[in-house]
Design a protein around this ligand. Structure first.
Ligand code: UDX
Ligand code: ADP
Length: 454
């Protein structure tokens, strides 16, 4: 069997590497129009940082895992084609700022049609609006030739930073297909691929639309939990309740569960905001105004949390940060990834620069992406590979990402070289607040009473 994946990004790359690892008899090819990305996948410096990924790629590369930019020939040779191209939020025209931009996806559909001389199973891997598979099917069927296409939806649920673990041991694999003979055969073929390593009871099948909607719904539910606890964090700060204690107490209710209840500076990542906006747009399209407003609030709360963080910094620093050096510890949207898409640190860095602070950014893996995100700010932002240098002479440190390395820094050394009073804003509630306070820091956390010497 020949499997092809179009799009060698955060989803396509790791997913195909895992399929190649677990199915040695299957030939897996990954193509992309970005030649630099394809070259990087075949080098010692992969285009994305993901713990454990290099080992998986190295084990299969050249054996049954291949990377290429020759999209047309790869389509012709494939039996099953995963489509994993980017579907960002539209920036223009109708639905701008909310609907998914389907231009890359439609180009791919037409390219598959143009280069197919044998029947294909086409698998949607990108997150797409509900009913996109049906549109894909119509484009593929518009050729009028003898070649038959069967479109499946197989959303990816991996999280960055834990992608290899998630792929190796998924909570579930979801495959949506049509309830026809050809549809059932295609679903069975894809089930057969995952059954190499995923227990059969964790491979769910459904109709195509349920599968598409489940992906949006899963991300909306996860993001909603973060926004819910973040909403309560504001109330905790006002009432002297402690958000960690509240999380613990509610998380032990087995109906609620303990995961995704960490109050933070806000959620980021390429999926949560995009998928919720997509869901909102979909609801509006179907005239479901109240449903749309309900989900929109999850995104609004996330913006509020980030703005509130900066407002708090300003207030605690005597209502001015003009000319003050502020070190941002972390820029990635979460730990163990170099990805900065929708990272709260972007919005916060920009607001601090607007307030004329001297922003210095440290991150163990995301500095290159940070420079791209903030390139229009030029010299107004500094990028520093050493956290001690970043904090030297600073009035404040703000923890943006919960990288483990920040918990083990020598904060006495840092404190000694900072301006006084030295403030520490923990946007992830990950540092030892009592110890930092004892060193002399004024410590401000999310959803907890401030520990201040002032
Ligand atoms: C998410 C989904 O988890 C995954 O299933 C889907 O395939 C893609 O989108 P990802 O965006 O990679 O994955 O990371 P995730 O671990 O979900 O974190 C998203 C954001 O929420 C991060 O910024 C994280 O820091 C934040 N978060 C998460 C919190 O602020 N608090 C929490 O308790 C959990
Ligand atoms: P995701 O996080 O969903 O994986 P990425 O942006 O990381 O998204 O990856 C999507 C990849 O798809 C990019 O590397 C992009 O170059 C690639 N891509 C977009 N359009 C096409 C196309 N028509 N043919 C091949 N690759 C494409």
């Amino acid at each position: 069997m020949n499997i092809l994946c179009i799009g060698a990004g955060y989803v396509g790359g790791p997913t195909m590497a895992m399929i190649a690892l677990k199915c040695p008899a299957v030939k897996v090819t990954v193509v992309d129009i970005n030649a630099a990305r394809i070259a990087a996948w075949q080098s010692d410096t992969l285009p994305i940082y993901e713990p454990g990924l290099q080992e998986v790629v190295s084990a299969c590369l050249g054996r049954n895992l291949f990377f290429s930019t020759d999209v047309d020939s790869a389509i012709a040779a494939a039996d099953m084609i995963f489509v994993s191209v980017n579907t960002p939020t539209k920036t223009f025209g109708q639905g701008a700022g909310r609907a998914a931009d389907l231009q890359y996806w439609e180009k791919t559909a037409r390219q598959i049609l143009a280069n197919s001389k044998s029947d294909k199973i086409v698998v949607e891997k990108s997150t797409l609006p509900v009913r996109t598979a049906a549109a894909m099917q119509r484009i593929l069927d518009s050729g009028g030739g003898d070649v038959k296409f069967e479109v499946l939806s197989n959303p990816e649920f991996l999280a960055e930073g834990t992608a290899i673990k998630d792929l190796q041991n998924p909570d579930r694999v979801l495959i949506g297909g049509h309830d026809t003979d050809a549809g059932r055969r295609a679903v069975a073929a894809l089930v057969g691929v995952y059954a190499h390593w995923v227990p059969r009871e964790r491979i769910l099948t459904s109709n195509v639309w349920s599968s598409e909607l489940s992906k949006l719904a899963a991300n909306a539910f996860l993001a909603q939990r973060v926004s819910s606890i973040n909403a309560l964090s504001a109330l905790c700060e006002a009432t002297e309740a402690d958000v960690s204690e509240v999380s613990r107490a509610i998380g032990m209710d087995s109906r609620i569960g303990a995961k995704f209840l960490n109050a933070s500076v806000g959620f980021g990542g390429s999926c949560f905001k995009k998928d919720i906006l997509n869901l909102v747009y979909l609801c509006e399209t179907y005239g479901l105004t109240e449903v749309a407003a309900y989900w929109q609030q999850v995104v609004s709360m996330n913006d509020y949390q980030q703005d509130r963080f900066v407002r708090n910094m300003l207030g605690r620093m005597f209502n001015t940060v003009s000319g003050k050096r502020i070190a941002l510890f972390g820029f990635a949207f979460k730990k163990d990834t170099g990805d900065t898409r929708e990272s709260p640190a972007i919005r916060i860095a920009r607001q601090l620069v607007e307030e004329r602070a001297q922003v210095v950014i440290h991150d163990p893996k995301a500095l290159a992406n940070a420079k791209v995100d903030l390139r229009d700010l030029g010299d107004l932002v500094q990028y520093e590979p050493d956290p001690y240098v970043a904090a030297e002479g600073a009035h404040a440190i703000a923890l943006m990402t919960e990288w483990d390395c920040y918990a083990t820094l020598d904060y006495q050394r840092i404190y000694d070289r900072m301006m006084k009073p030295a403030s520490l804003f923990d946007g992830r509630n990950r540092l030892d607040h009592a110890a930092l306070y004892k060193l002399g820091f004024n410590v401000y956390c999310i959803g907890k009473t401030a520990l201040s010497h002032l």
